[in-house]
Design a protein around this ligand. Structure first.
Ligand code: ZN
Length: 419
């Protein structure tokens, strides 16, 4: 899968601080990477409604981590995926009378355009589910051979020429930590699993929470050669595990995504990593949800604000990025006209403030931005530091030659805002 072009990263004076990040699993703030190589996997999109503000907010959040790591002198390996075959994509294609491949290609291209416009650094490894199928097949076979996965018999009409080969599911009971969510009963966990794409009612499973690893061929659905597994397609969680293993290994620093991926997706992917002999991600980091007019933005409600639509309206993508950065990545927040208007005004003010040759000393502000980012990616605090510099520059001026340039390049390198 081709990624999007990398934005230019200006050189800035000094070095960033070690970044600490909130781990969703333990609730603790921990060092995000001991270095010298930092590894991050951010779950990619299922390409059928790209790129809404919730997506943008997630990828911008972890782009800050990528930038802060680079600024601290670490080498970053960043991997991501595109789930270019899965139930929601096939359902959308069927509902709109579109070919699922065309829908995936078109939406993946739109996502790349939006990420480019929002100045998100691209992943180093970027793989689609379809192109990863041969590796998924060998990985699922490893789990079957190790007794960590099992077959579930198919309904009549499924399975093509080999209906005797069942779907393959992972056995979650082998990993004692899996499926016991804090504060939820087992029944509530099962309900959440169903709500987020799981199939707890499927007959023949050992545990309702067991996730599919390989879904055998069904009439009217695309399928691929699975060797001894039989024709079929990959499950979602194993897709990310396999792509993480290929790019970062089975033990890595951070797995990230929107908070709705916390369970079952990230929990199951991490369990698959452990089943395959790794430790999985050391930290799971999750971005909050973005609402519109008091309601959570969701595909089913049809109230998505798309970055491409904002761009079509002539809104500067830097203002969109700034609107996102005005909220802490872990908070839930609401997209409103006022949020956008305030970001547009802030961007104008910052641009006016850096338009002269001289200004207030920018180095203390650069340090404040760095400290804010190192403290669980506190973008709102970083923005306040730049506001203070801009206020001083506009009201008092300043005599430090080149200070506006230093500020401008630092805001670009650290926050991804081009002034
Ligand atoms: Zn994923």
């Amino acid at each position: 899968m081709l990624t999007w072009p990398a934005p230019f990263l200006p050189a800035i004076p000094g070095t960033g601080f070690p970044v600490h990040l909130h781990d969703s699993v333990t609730g603790r703030r921990v060092l995000a990477s001991a270095g010298p190589v930092a590894t991050m996997y951010v779950c990619g999109i299922t390409p059928y409604d790209a790129t809404h503000l919730g997506h943008a907010s997630t990828y911008i959040a972890f782009d800050l981590l990528h930038r802060a790591w680079l600024d601290a002198g670490l080498t970053v390996h960043y991997a991501s995926n595109v789930t270019d075959v899965d139930d929601p994509l096939l359902e959308r294609a069927s509902a709109t009378g579109t070919d699922w491949r065309s829908l995936a290609t078109e939406q993946t291209a739109l996502f790349a355009e939006d990420m480019t416009a929002l100045a998100v650094l691209p992943p180093h490894t970027y793989l689609g589910a379809v192109e990863t199928i041969p590796t998924v097949v060998t990985t699922v076979q490893r789990l079957l051979d190790a007794g960590l996965a099992y077959r579930v018999p198919l309904e009549d009409g499924a399975g093509g020429d080999h209906p005797e080969l069942g779907d393959v599911y992972a056995d979650v009971t082998i990993d004692p930590g899996t499926g016991s969510l804090e504060g939820l009963t087992h029944d509530e966990t099962v309900a959440l699993f169903a709500e987020r794409g799981g199939d707890p009612q499927r007959a023949g499973k050992r545990d309702p929470l067991d996730p599919a690893l390989w879904r055998r061929e069904r009439p009217g659905e695309p399928s691929w050669d699975g060797g001894a597994l039989g024709t079929g397609r990959p499950g979602w969680h194993i897709e990310c595990t396999v792509i993480a293993e290929r790019s970062l290994g089975l033990s890595f620093d951070v797995q990230a995504g929107g908070r709705d991926l916390c369970f079952p997706h990230h929990e199951m992917s991490a369990a698959h990593c452990r089943a395959l002999g790794g430790h999985g991600p050391r930290i799971q980091a999750h971005a909050g949800m973005v609402a519109l007019d008091g309601t959570k933005m969701s595909k089913s409600l049809g109230n998505l604000v798309l970055v491409s639509r904002l761009r079509e309206r002539g809104i500067d993508p830097m203002a969109v990025r700034l609107a996102v950065l005005a909220h802490h990545y872990r908070s839930d927040w609401e997209w409103t006209d006022e949020v956008l208007a305030s970001a547009v005004a802030r961007l104008d003010r910052w641009r006016s403030a850096v338009s002269g040759n001289g200004g207030p000393d920018a180095l203390p502000t650069v340090e404040e931005i760095r400290r804010a980012l190192a403290d669980d990616l506190d973008a709102p605090a970083a923005l306040r530091a730049v506001d203070a510099w801009a206020d001083a520059s506009l009201s008092l001026g300043g005599t430090v030659e080149g200070a506006p340039g230093v500020l401008s390049r630092s805001v670009d390198a650290l926050l991804g805002i081009r002034l």
